[in-house]
Ligand binder design. Structure first.
Ligand code: COA
Ligand code: AMP
Length: 640
């Protein structure tokens, strides 16, 4: 397929001519309780709302309608957990029963009602997916918190979402390490001002959690009672398309995470559209997103989109390497006849590092596999080329954000693949009017680097607002470039309309495909009693793309060994943010390089650390400091 035979250009043009008509047509892919008459109301919400008069239920569209249409015996979920040695296939009919039971428990046992929030702090087990769907069934708003976050981060989310109930498990398993979750949950609830009414705890065989009397309930025991009481079974409730389905917290430019809100109707319409048109996958096929349900990729492409589309979705509790080896992905793809998969480039860098020759790959039959999709961070051309050579199948980079819930730019395999240009996630998807602008929002010519913005309105599924924070929504995304959504990514568009996403314009870094705020880490370091000043920035890493590196300036008079303070700083970030931050490098320096107006020269420090060419900034207050920084980095084995 080439640019001429792909239906991409005509599809994009059709959307441009008639966005409302385009999305109304896509809305026909969803079963509505009341079909929307209006596609978009520009006067509702912060920048308008999609399908304001539609009535629907997300869980019904993910499960019930497929059972009614005869897919009851088809696998909806395949749980494959090398870390526990477990494999389980859950049909659509079984998923329906499980979801009805848990919805009944939430409603009858814990009094959860439409609009109530439920936090999930769970590992990659089928119960977590059932919990998301059970919330959707009764109109409760779920908020999944990634297991690698520390109690303080969980506490912040508890205080913002104010959940009625928290669902958790006794532990997660990281390769061979059992990580007890209950002590983390207890600490988080202790730290939070808001207290949930109840916690439902899944006891896993690897570790038994002690339950707090009066608050904690055993998942299995509660389940057994609910099964006996058949009246617990609940039908999907009717929700406005604009009602919230979930809140997913993501790193913002300060330590306080942003509660990205996803609605019901627009989310379903956009995600259903992507499965065929973007990913080129048909109902009944096996699909795998190797991510975690704690991230947006997990929400959209482990749980919701594949189920809306009637696919079989793989839920994998393991890593690309080490569980047990670098052949794990090939084993899963071949064992289940997977048609397409989606993961972060980091995962492929990890496989490439351990098995550069692809010896494991050669041991598996991947005849049913068609396409590899990568996203979550910039896909470096080396990794793409390596994967292409090995797979002899298309490797497709695509670009999106927690805020959008689906690709802003991609290569629409279902519409006919466009030629791949390494380093580019290809072209804007229908729904996104992308512009490259300067600080005054003036559009820049093709090929010129600038801020990437989307002309409002955003398409369905994108965040209508931040949880109970319309003002923060406006201030974070809509005020800097009036009439546009600020992606906070910088890049350019080439003469063929291909987008190149080169990096963030804020303090967000991407570590192993995980989005983290360096500002948040600086807040933690600044709270250390001996630290006078600090700067955290992302430096290049062969495996994780980027890792954080913290520079600390000690208070006058502190004469403890620097290594001891640096170790404490590393531990502090792990304790306050979590292991997922991968903060392992703190470096003591005498002073930080600044401009004469006091701004830390992060860009220059980064270049030195990355071994990239750099020039002395004209505004620096004392050029000698950069040599000191270079020396300190070399002392830790960093820098060119
Ligand atoms: N619960 C508790 N701890 C967790 C966790 C969880 N759910 N997920 C990660 N962690 C811990 C890890 O054990 C590790 O701890 P350590 O510092 O004690 O070793 C730390 O957080 C960092 O985890 P991670 O970034 O995953 O690094 P890793 O070295 O364990 O694995 C990769 C490296 C490349 C194999 C891994 O990052 C990976 O598979 N990435 C795929 C990317 C991905 O899924 N992205 C999601 C968006 S698409
Ligand atoms: P998250 O919200 O965790 O999905 O992270 C979103 C951010 O990850 C984006 O704003 C980008 O900075 C980065 N990102 C995601 N996908 C890509 C990609 N394909 N190319 C470049 N950057 C990406």
């Amino acid at each position: 397929m080439d640019a001429k035979t792909s239906r991409y250009h005509e599809t994009y043009a059709r959307w441009q001519r008639d966005p409302a008509g385009f999305w109304m047509e896509a809305a026909a892919g969803i079963d509505w309780i009341e079909k929307p008459k209006t596609a978009f109301d520009p006067n509702a919400g912060v920048y308008g709302r999609w399908f304001p008069d539609g009535v629907c239920n997300t869980c019904y569209n993910a499960i019930d309608r497929h059972v009614e249409a005869g897919r009851g015996t088809q696998a909806a979920l395949i749980y494959d957990s090398p870390v526990t040695g477990t494999k389980e296939t859950i049909t659509y009919a079984a998923l329906q029963t499980k979801t009805e039971i848990l919805a009944g428990i939430l409603h009858h046992n814990f009094g959860v009602r439409k609009g109530d929030r439920v936090i999930l702090y769970m590992p990659m087990v089928p119960e977590a997916v059932v919990a998301m769907l059970a919330c959707a069934r009764i109109g409760a708003v779920h908020s999944v918190v990634f297991g690698g976050f520390a109690p303080k981060e969980l506490a912040t989310r508890i205080d913002d979402a104010k959940p009625k109930v928290i669902l958790s498990a006794s532990c997660g398993i990281e390769v061979a390490r059992v990580i007890p979750y209950k002590p983390l949950l207890d600490e988080a609830i202790g730290l939070a001002r808001h207290k949930p009414d109840a916690c439902l705890i899944l006891q896993r065989p690897q570790c038994t959690a002690e339950l707090t009397p009066g608050r904690d309930h055993d998942w299995h025991k509660t389940w057994e009672h609910a099964v006996v009481w058949a009246h617990n079974v609940l039908e999907p409730v009717a929700l406005q398309a604009t009602d919230p389905l979930y809140i997913l917290y993501t790193s913002g430019t300060t330590g306080i995470p942003k509660g990205v809100v996803r609605d019901n109707g627009g989310h379903m319409v956009a995600l259903k559209w992507t499965m065929q048109n973007h990913y080129g996958v048909s109902p009944g096929e096996v699909w795998w997103a190797a991510s975690d349900i704690g991230w947006v990729v997990g929400h959209s492409y482990i749980v919701y989109a594949p189920l809306f589309h009637g696919c079989t979705s793989i839920l994998y509790e393991g890593k690309p390497v080490g569980t047990p080896d670098a052949g794990a992905f090939w084993r899963v793809i071949s064992e289940y006849g997977c048609a397409a998969m989606f993961t972060a480039p980091t995962a492929f860098r990890a496989i490439k590092k351990e098995d550069p020759q692809g010896k494991f790959f050669a041991q598996h039959d991947l005849s049913k596999f068609r396409t590899l999709f990568l996203a979550g961070e910039r896909a470096d051309p080396d990794t793409i080329v390596w994967a292409e050579n090995l797979l002899k199948k298309p490797v497709i980079d695509h670009w999106w954000q927690t805020e959008t819930g689906w690709a802003i730019a991609g290569n629409p395999v279902g519409l006919g693949m466009l030629p791949v240009k390494h380093g580019s996630p290809t072209v804007a998807m229908p729904g996104y009017d992308l512009r490259i602008v300067d600080e005054s929002c003036k559009e820049l010519p093709r090929g010129t680097m600038g801020s990437i913005v989307v002309k409002l309105p955003l398409p369905p599924s994108c965040l209508p607002t931040l949880w109970q924070a319309d003002d923060r929504m406006k201030e974070s995304y809509l005020s800097e470039f009036p009439g546009h959504y600020k992606t906070a990514d910088a890049g350019y568009v080439d003469e063929d309309g291909y987008v190149y996403v080169m990096g963030r314009t804020d303090d967000i870094i991407n570590v192993a495909g995980h989005r983290l705020s360096t500002g948040g880490m600086e807040e933690v370091l600044a709270a250390h009693k001996d630290v006078a000043e600090c700067a955290v920035l992302g430096i290049k890493d062969d495996l994780k793309g980027e890792v954080p590196c913290g520079f600390i300036v000690l208070k006058a008079g502190v004469n403890r060994p620097h290594e001891e303070i640096e170790r404490e700083c590393v531990q502090l970030v792990r304790d306050k943010i979590g292991p997922v931050a991968a903060f392992k490098l703190a470096i003591t320096v005498a002073r930080l390089p600044k401009t004469r107006s006091g701004k830390i020269l992060r860009g220059t420090i980064k270049k030195i650390a990355d071994g990239d060419p750099w020039t002395m900034p004209a505004t620096i207050d004392d050029p000698a400091i950069l040599d000191e920084i270079g020396g300190a980095l070399k002392g830790k084995g960093v820098g060119g």
